[in-house]
Design a protein around this ligand. Structure first.
Ligand code: CP
Length: 310
């Protein structure tokens, strides 16, 4: 039962519950008109203390397409956080006005704090360099919609695996599916954090390698998940400039890739995928952004406990 639950970490839901959300998203994609009014009378709050295009607006589009209403803020500066209000007091207040809340915060763990003080469902829309569970739902729906299953893949993650919260969440989630192998491509300084390597990969006997050249592993990949080097998480600009163009995916690098490779990216991209790749039939990142709206429609319905027959 997902009604009334929070989503802070991808492991908060079982694989069965995640599959339930993906199944409903598939039904919404097939028949969006059936769902046009299911959330009439409900209000979603979007509290974004950090910039966003896809996550905030796809949540808002999702609620509007379900017939509900939306309110919120898109920066800390336009809320009373700028006057020093705590996350705890903010969420206690928002829970007086809204039925469900999606939030993004630069501090790791802030949505967890919000959950402790909230009697409405809290959805983590990204907390610092930690987790981004609704991007994971988006990614799982993308893979399942394109290939019909989430199992038996070699998945490459490339770029900033240290600060990339989408990477951390997707590794956690995919580790629970059958026969998934990971190839982690990054400069030494941007390797996955120890808690992902030790607590997720090693502890669960997941097959993984860490390499620094993308070309070498390209022929074995079924999914390639590119990521942006996260400028906003670096402590100094020099390191960012040195590492930012470590990997740029272009058509030449794809020459040895499988014909049914799925090229993904949570977006925004900066330089890490050349624009020429956009027209390649394997590029899935803009489809991925669209799946993000449908999976958030499904998630909102599940957490509010509404259904098409209600
Ligand atoms: N994928 C993602 O989180 O994008 P935004 O930062 O634009 O929300």
């Amino acid at each position: 039962m997902l009604k009334g639950r929070h989503l802070i970490d991808p492991m908060d839901f079982s694989t069965e519950e995640i599959n339930e959300i993906l199944d409903l998203a598939g039904e919404i994609i097939a028949n969006p008109k059936f769902y046009a009014d299911v959330c009439k009378g409900y209000v979603l709050a979007t509290l974004f203390f950090e910039p966003s295009t896809r996550t905030r607006l796809s949540f808002e589009a999702a609620m509007l397409r379900l017939g509900g209403s939306v309110m919120g803020f898109s920066s800390a500066e336009s809320s009373s956080a700028a006057k020093g209000e705590s996350v705890a007091d903010t969420i206690r207040t928002i829970a007086c006005y809204a039925d469900i809340c999606a939030m993004r915060h630069p501090k790791e763990g802030a949505p967890k704090v919000a959950e402790m003080y909230s009697d409405i469902p809290i959805i983590n829309g990204g907390d610092g360099g930690h987790q981004h569970p609704t991007q994971t739902l988006t990614d799982l729906l993308t893979i399942r919609s394109i290939r019909g299953r989430i199992s038996d893949y070699t998945v490459g993650f490339c770029g900033d695996l240290k600060f990339g919260r989408t990477v951390h969440s997707l590794i956690k989630a995919l580790s629970r599916y059958e026969n998934i192998k990971f190839m982690l491509v990054s400069p030494e300084e941007l390797r996955v954090p120890d808690y992902i390597r030790e607590e997720v990969l090693i502890k669960n006997n997941i097959n993984f390698v860490e390499v620094d050249k993308l070309e070498e592993i390209m022929p074995s990949l079924d999914v390639l998940y590119m990521t942006r080097v996260q400028r906003e998480r670096f402590f100094n600009e020099e390191d960012y400039i040195r590492l930012k163009d470590s990997y740029i995916l272009d058509l030449k690098k794809l020459e040895n890739a499988k014909d049914d490779l799925i090229i993904m990216h949570p977006l925004p991209r900066v330089n890490e995928i050349a624009v020429e790749v956009d027209k390649d039939h394997r590029a899935a990142y803009f489809k991925q952004a669209k799946y993000g709206m449908y999976v958030r429609m499904s998630l909102i319905m599940k957490l509010l406990g509404v259904s098409v027959n209600a």
